[in-house]
Ligand binder design. Structure first.
Ligand code: APR
Ligand code: PHB
Length: 393
């Protein structure tokens, strides 16, 4: 097989890249390890920055998002014994964000790919990258028991944190930055109306979050110890624990229902540098992971893909490699801002088992400062909304 860009991974990063390239008449093949149904069914975060919505809209991918997404002006923060306060993103930075699940985005991307008859290989086994340092790289894999090889100009590694692409960068070139947090998030999805706002709660029993997917679908999370097991968490126990972490009036407003999905995810911050090597370019979770606090993961995947598709388009239109050379540095500037924001919010809102009384006081005063200072709220609003994409000079 032969194509200009071989994209490894059919998650949001890979599928969005193939869509944007197709709109620029740049041929690509997507190679995915899992089945289409498996990829479609993954439940992930669901808050889109305005920049993300803009990129999707510019590429004809926002029809359903525009009709079903729930637009928000800001989010609430509460902590035990205090009044809640609202971080008004609209007021401070004149941006909004949209609650719309990654599951729906994945469906929209597959629907768009179907319409253009995109080349996607599902169930590809033992995917390997070859000669990535050269200008003639290739990708091979097993499909239906046969090894298939794709000759290509470029490889886009969009295969998530556990993918193979990042491993193709030599150890002495790749620098990894990592922070693992001493807790996880237990999340549930239920077919009940959500609270009107996204609410982040800091409570002595641990962090909690009220979020949503649609007017009839709510998403809630609670901080749990790293060794928590799903079997220990019946729905009943979850609801009781969730309510205990919100102030009484919010707790009463939470509408309980049976969980239709329940999972535990550990929290980690991770960045790999550089995000490119030879003919290989990483985008999305393959290059970086953020803890879910602030919902930056999908938004970063979209900004990476925006920069990478712009660089590839520029190369194919003009032969100029400058934007490809700058891709890693450009993408990393936005990545590090969001990595820092999600680390900050994680520290602000969770109860760390390792915290001493000093740490606890410092966290409370940070929250108090945020509650009482308009400039602190404006700074958080700016970070929560996400930085603008860098324009070409
Ligand atoms: N070969 C081919 N495909 C692979 C391989 C491999 N060796 N390893 C992983 N994949 C596939 C996965 O099955 C998955 O479908 O790559 C895809 C990666 O998708 P995601 O993990 O969703 O990553 P990405 O597209 O970067 O999206 C980032 O996902 O984790 C969330 O918070 C994150 O919302 C963000 C988004
Ligand atoms: C979600 O809806 O899944 C969500 C919302 C906000 C976050 C994280 C996750 O900060």
């Amino acid at each position: 097989m032969k194509t200009l860009v071989t994209i490894i991974g059919a998650g949001p990063a890979g599928m969005l890249l193939s869509e944007i390239l197709a709109r620029q008449k740049i041929d690509s093949i997507v190679v995915e390890r899992q089945s289409r149904d498996y990829v479609k069914s993954r439940i992930r975060a669901g808050v889109l920055e305005q920049t993300t919505v803009d990129v999707l809209r510019e590429n004809g991918l926002a029809d359903r998002l525009d009709s079903e997404g729930h637009v928000h002006d800001g989010m609430k923060i509460v902590w035990a014994g205090k009044e809640s306060f609202f971080i008004d993103v609209k007021k401070h930075v004149d941006k909004q964000f949209v609650a719309y699940g990654q599951t729906s985005i994945q469906e929209d991307l597959f629907a768009a790919a179907n319409r253009r008859d995109a080349r996607i290989v599902f169930n590809a086994e033992d995917v390997k990258l070859h000669d990535v340092q050269s200008k003639k790289p290739s990708v091979s894999f097993f499909s239906n028991g046969e090894r298939v090889s794709i000759e290509t100009d470029f490889i886009a590694g969009c295969d998530g944190f556990h993918g193979v692409s990042r491993q193709a960068i030599p150890h002495d070139v790749l620098k990894e930055y990592e922070k693992v947090y001493p807790f996880g998030w237990l999340g549930i999805l239920t077919e009940r109306p959500p609270l009107p706002d996204i609410v982040y709660a800091n409570h002595p029993r641990g962090f909690a979050l009220a979020s949503m997917r649609s007017p009839t679908l709510s998403r809630y999370y609670i901080q749990v110890p790293l060794d928590a097991q799903l079997v220990e968490w019946t729905d009943e126990r979850f609801w009781e624990e969730l309510r205990s972490r919100f102030p009484p009036e919010m707790a009463r407003a939470i509408v309980e229902g049976p969980s239709i999905e329940k999972s535990i995810a550990p929290l980690r911050s991770y960045v790999a540098e550089p995000m490119s090597y030879g003919s290989l370019f990483l985008a999305g979770d393959s290059a970086h992971i953020v803890p879910p606090t602030g919902a930056k993961g999908l938004n970063l995947a979209v900004s990476d893909v925006f920069y990478l598709s712009r660089a590839l388009t520029s190369f194919y239109k003009t032969g100029n490699e400058a934007l490809l050379d700058e891709y890693s540095a450009t993408a990393l500037r936005r990545v590090w801002h969001s990595v820092r924001t999600s680390w900050y919010l994680t520290n602000l809102l969770h109860r760390f088992p390792t915290a001493n009384q000093f740490d606890q006081k410092a966290q409370e005063y940070e929250l108090e400062f945020l509650r009482s200072s308009a400039s602190a709220q404006a700074a958080l609003a700016e970070q929560y909304a996400g930085l603008p994409l860098e324009e070409l000079k």
